[in-house]
Design a protein around this ligand. Structure first.
Ligand code: ZN
Length: 137
């Protein structure tokens, strides 16, 4: 890569980072050394505003014996980000394909999700996750 990648949620920073090829313009999510479209290594990281459109979603029901608040359903969405790239994250159960969403970040300690305050790093033992909320709410 030609420039240092900004840290993203996988490194504990509450943001999504997409990568764009300087030659062919292809964009993707999660770091790669080379463009999956043309194979060149001139790659620019772009911090995403987190807005996008749901292209697939599903709902997962957790087993009640491993979830402290019972069998609460968890939505999982694939989202095409405005900057390019397709990201996976949490969503509200039942979020439809085509919904416009925006990423916020939640910290999930020990199987119980709670919202992190802006700029707050995950609590000890917590896991920072992107959560796609409906746009405009
Ligand atoms: Zn390329």
């Amino acid at each position: 890569m030609t420039s240092a990648a900004p840290p993203d949620w996988t490194a504990g920073t509450p943001r999504l980072v997409v990568y764009r090829c300087q030659l062919c313009g292809h964009a993707w999510y999660l770091p790669r050394q080379a463009c999956p479209g043309c194979g060149r290594t001139e790659v620019t990281p772009v911090v995403s505003a987190g807005a996008g459109v749901v292209v697939a979603s599903t709902t997962v029901w957790r087993r009640p014996d491993v979830s402290p608040d019972g069998a609460s359903p968890v939505g999982i969405a694939l989202v095409d980000l405005a900057e390019g790239g397709r990201a996976m994250g949490r969503c509200r159960p039942g979020t439809p394909v085509g919904a416009r969403v925006r990423a916020v970040f939640v910290t999930e300690p020990a199987g119980h999700a709670e919202h992190a305050e802006d700029g707050e790093h995950p609590k000890d033992g917590g896991r920072l996750l992107p959560m796609f909320e409906p746009e405009g709410e």
